[in-house]
Design a protein around this ligand. Structure first.
Ligand code: DX5
Ligand code: ZN
Length: 218
């Protein structure tokens, strides 16, 4: 059984509330919120105000993916706005101590801590943080845009995470993000993913309900 986190990046922002409600009614319990600052990645998306609006209007787990170059400040802002999970990028930190400190900050803020790695980063970097994590986010595309092709080598990384959970007797959520659709989702789940992010596969389709339910069955 996988969980589904629809990424609003692919939603119609003119009707965002209805778009999210549709996903909620279809059975998605998480909502994936991609924060981009135009520095860590070239694109810019939204700030804490939007997360606050979603927090006030919906009852989903606010899964905030911070693609930003100043993660500590963003964690504070988005925690205040009602994020439930704050996922930071390994590559955004100058050294490992700064990352340990940030994960501690997230827990002090009363939130779940996630750590993400870009496609070129080795999954082995996750090991040193495994006992501090609630979630590991494996990027199966280069962060920065929706609608890209799933990279199969993300599967070895998910397998590695599954093994870390076994070794450390932990149940860290293994989230996969990028290019997830009806064909790639079963492969990702087989490799160890327990939370599936999907943007362009879910939004903008008439059969979105079937698609959400199909992913939830995996
Ligand atoms: C990319 C984002 C993803 C994106 C996924 O940087 O992190 O969450 O919205 O989009 P799809 O599902 O279309 O690949
Ligand atoms: Zn994302």
């Amino acid at each position: 059984m996988a969980l589904v986190s629809p990424s609003i990046l692919a939603a119609d922002f003119n009707h965002l509330e209805e778009e999210i409600l549709k996903m909620e009614k279809a059975g998605a319990t998480y909502i994936h919120l991609d924060v981009m600052d135009g520095v860590f990645v070239p694109n810019k998306t939204f700030g804490p105000d939007l997360v606050e609006r979603i927090h006030d209007k919906h009852h989903m787990v606010n899964d905030v993916h911070l693609m930003v170059s100043t993660p500590e400040a963003s964690c504070i802002d988005f925690a205040r706005a009602g994020a439930d999970i704050l996922t930071v990028h390994y590559e955004a930190f100058p050294n490992e101590q700064a990352l340990h400190d940030c994960l501690q900050l997230i827990h002090t803020l009363g939130k779940k801590a996630g750590l993400s790695i870009k496609p070129k980063t080795s999954p082995e970097v996750l090991k040193a943080f495994w006992n501090e994590l609630d979630l590991a986010l494996i990027m199966s595309v280069e962060p920065g845009a929706g609608g890209q092709k799933y990279m199969v080598d993300a599967e070895d990384k998910m397998r590695y995470c599954k093994q870390l959970n076994r070794n450390y007797h932990r149940k860290v959520i293994i989230e996969v993000d990028g290019g997830i659709n009806g064909e790639t989702a079963p492969r990702a789940v087989e490799a160890g993913a327990t939370l599936l992010v999907a943007g362009s596969y879910l939004f903008g389709h008439d059969d979105y309900e079937e698609r959400v339910k199909g992913l939830l069955k995996l």
